[in-house]
Design a protein around this ligand. Sequence first.
Ligand code: AMP
Length: 424
Amino acid sequence: MTFKDLGIIEPILKALTAEGYSIPTPIQEQSIPILLKGKDLLGCAQTGTGKTAAFSIPIIQQMVMDRETNQQQRKIRTLVVTPTRELAIQIGESFTSYSRFTGIRNTVIFGGIKQGRQTDALRKGVDVVIATPGRLLDLMNQGFISLRDVKYAVLDEADQMLDMGFIHDIKKIIAKLPTNRQSLFFSATMPPAIVELSKKILGDFDRVTIKPQQATAEKVEQGVYFVSKKNKPNLLIHLLEKDPNDSALVFSRTKHGANKIVKQLAKADIKADAIHGNKSQNARQKALGDFKDGELKVLIATDIAARGIDVEELSLVINYDLPNVPETYVHRIGRTGRASASGVALSFCDAEERPYLKDIQKLINQQVPVIKDHPFVDDGSEEVPLEEKKHHNNRQKPRTGHSNSRGGRTNNHNRSRNNRPKRD
Ligand code: AMP
């Protein structure tokens, strides 16, 4: 199956070729025909599946067709609402890439910076607005944005929007959309609150479900180091010094922790930068830009700031802290091994984090191999059993994986598919 087989028009095909896309991803193959027919879509999928192209390509195509039959002046015909600035920027970049031979114009709207540039872009006229909810409502209230002409409405990462407390904003935005529109709703998980919200926006819809968790967990080589809290900085330095030319994304649970890691690495002459909510938008974009260009090899991120980070050929993710929400682990390791690349995800686990590891293994239905080949092994470094021990002689023996140059390559075992995990 090619994009041409899916009926994609020449100017978009040309852009996709330039992007290096030859084969549609599963979500693209399933969603594009539904969307080109004009149907609403409920997509159960997350970032990393090719979701952005799955919705932006058919929207651009329909907008080009509409324009040919109806030469109008520029009006906002597409609205994409997404939870974070990083995701908004990234979606904007995707629209720009895929529509570059079509004359479709987009702009990105988000808070945390002055609104002047955003309102200037709106005044000049755009076809597509990609926005975070707060600033969008703000600009709507000030009269800079009208949703009157929106024909295509996308609600992206709906579960994340709810987690971030955007539910009221979203409802207000939905209330302002014209009834005659095509609606797209994406969420990685489908708890009852999300199903209810989807009913508010969708009409007669088709559903597409992509299970990235299993795919991700299978593609990414994982390993866990048992290490005391005190030795985590030393272990990190040890790993980063082994392969100084590889790009590594390091996750910290807290903003303060992220800053501290940057300082500790600086003492060891390892240049790193942090992105989190306390940093200015400019500082975040600069760090992310340097990381994407390969100028900055080590980026420390909190989970919210990292959503939407999309770096080609990111080969290593390090969980400096294990997340207490197991789904977050899957989101994090999904930063590596994207599209068709494979990657390595290494986790540091101190004594207090053992229960988190247990929850993660249960969710991914996979035992994360323990890596013992390092100078900072903490006592009791044995694999945490997948399930609570049912029979006391059923305990799994520790296994050591193959070693790569990083001392971190491990053999994935115990892989099996299960149903996609539910958050609620
Ligand atoms: P997304 O899920 O939209 O964040 O996309 C994940 C990554 O896959 C991005 O880097 C896209 O540029 C890339 N991508 C999306 N579709 C394709 C495709 N058909 N072929 C190759 N790469 C793709």
